[in-house]
Ligand binder design. Structure first.
Ligand SMILES: [Zn+2]
Length: 213
């Protein structure tokens, strides 16, 4: 599987690059034609800082932010994003603020929640939701529901990769989109073309990585 891997880089900063593996994969909710490995972007501190600088652009001048909520292991990027947004500078709206970086807790029954001591950083606060990869929109939907439930105001959504079709709702800022990955497809369970063609599933994937079947 790894021998089919190729890299997709950001034109303006080739250091920001994700590994793409074509194949037949499943998550808990859908089947998918490509596995995207963004772990280097999330865990390499030098690269994560560059990613954060890139993601800060849409917010820097005119979006007030109190809290960054991180999903799918994006906390390192989230911390650097906070630093970028709080930097000193003319035209930087969040200069001098104290931005919080949080991630929700996953309860035993799979629900996302914020514990009592941090709910104050969500209620009536302006929140940027940061996710790694948006394919079917399931994760982001759960995260938005959770933030709204605790009274947070969504100031923006940022992703490393977004394949979700643009809707009328919230704009999603992302570095990579499905246009960067020719042939990228997400299928609901039971509607997968690869399954119909008898192609074997290769791995179970989630935001942490993949497990071969
Ligand atoms: Zn399938």
């Amino acid at each position: 599987m790894e021998d089919r891997a190729y890299s997709v880089s950001l034109t303006k900063n080739p250091l920001i690059s994700m590994k793409v593996i074509p194949g037949h994969f499943t998550t808990n909710h859908f089947h998918i034609s490509h596995y995207l490995d963004v772990s280097e972007l999330k865990t390499n501190a030098v690269i994560a800082k560059d990613v954060a600088r890139e993601l800060s652009i849409p917010y820097l001048a005119n979006v007030s932010v109190d809290t960054i909520v991180c999903m799918e292991g994006t906390e390192v990027i989230g911390a650097y994003l906070a630093e970028e947004l709080m930097q000193e500078g003319v035209g930087v709206i969040n200069t001098g603020k104290e931005i919080r970086v949080l991630k929700p807790v996953i309860s035993a029954n799979g629900k996302l929640l914020f514990q009592c001591n941090v709910q104050q950083y969500i209620r009536d606060k302006e929140i940027v939701l940061l996710v790694a990869s948006i394919s079917s929109g399931t994760t982001i939907g759960r995260a938005l529901d959770c933030i709204t439930y605790y009274g947070g105001v969504i100031a923006g959504i940022s992703a490393l990769f977004n394949a979700y079709p643009a809707g009328d709702e919230q704009v999603i800022h992302s570095m990579f989109t499905r246009e960067d990955i020719p042939g990228y497809q997400v299928y609901s369970m039971g509607e997968c073309t690869m399954c119909r063609e008898g192609q074997k599933l290769e791995a179970i994937i989630n935001s942490e990585g993949y497990t071969n079947i």
